[in-house]
Design a protein. Structure first.
Length: 222
């Protein structure tokens, strides 16, 4: 029963509520939403994270929205992620708009082999600004980093765009698994920090955290 108890993260309410329980009973429920153009790999990223597998073969576009749950342990806290996989196709936009407001974190994807999906990031950020909560945790992901020969967006271009908009960034691959777990863990950590931090605690720096984790895994970043 206790493990299914949703504890809010927004505002002081969530933090106060968390203090009511000893550490081993603590559990929080977070909503993470995947957004980006059709075909960038949102469903594959989620399947890789949830099942550790890659969905090879024909591409089946998501209709409207799909949900999956996964539990993470973040610093001895049980974090239950409900992940919303949205349809990238324009015709489902009105359905997905309705979900932004309740999302705690957004993973915004483009495809490094598709320039249009990268160029559309600005439009996605405008949409996020319009529909999501102001304090939503946001991270930009350049997906399909495993594809060397068809790459048209350099990692540096992704980093530059992310810097311009002040958004944390890294490249991922649903196919190889590169940084997939890290993307979800990082946003969960940021939300956990916000919820439990004392007034004098230093701010959690999401970009620093992912850079450090990638470095210790021997992975790719400048
Ligand atoms: N090489 C490679 N292919 C990928 C990767 N991620 C996804 N794909 C392929 O890209 C295609 C689209 O993937 P999806 O996950 O269905 O894309 P989506 O963003 O969910 O698309 P919508 O549901 O239409 O919004 C599929 O053919 C996948 O096999 C990746 O990291 N690397």
């Amino acid at each position: 029963l206790l493990s299914t108890m949703p504890l809010g993260f927004r505002g002081d309410g969530g933090a106060q509520q968390m203090e009511m329980y000893p550490p081993f009973f603590r559990s929080v429920f977070l909503f993470v939403m995947l957004v980006g153009d059709s075909g960038v790999g949102k469903t594959c990223l989620l399947v890789r994270f949830k099942d550790g597998a890659f969905l090879a073969g024909s591409f089946i576009s998501t209709v409207g929205i799909d949900f999956r749950n996964k539990v993470l342990n973040i610093d001895a806290l049980k974090v239950k992620l409900q992940i919303w996989d949205t349809a990238g196709q324009e015709r489902f936009r009105s359905v997905t708009h309705a979900y932004y407001r309740d999302a705690h974190a957004l993973l915004l994807l483009y495809d490094v082999t598709n320039k249009a999906s990268f160029d559309n990031i600005k439009a996605w950020l405008t949409e996020i600004h319009e529909y999501a909560q102001q304090d939503v945790v946001l991270m930009l992901l350049g997906n399909k980093a495993d594809v060397a020969h068809e790459r048209v967006v350099k990692r540096e271009e992704g980093e530059k765009l992310a810097k311009v908009f002040g958004v944390p960034f890294m490249e991922t691959s649903a196919k190889s698994g590169l940084n997939v777990e890290l993307a979800f863990t990082a946003v969960a950590k940021e939300l956990k920090h916000r919820s439990t931090k004392e007034p004098d605690d230093p701010k959690f720096q999401l970009q620093d955290y992912v850079n450090k984790e990638m470095k210790s895994a021997g992975c790719c970043h400048s």
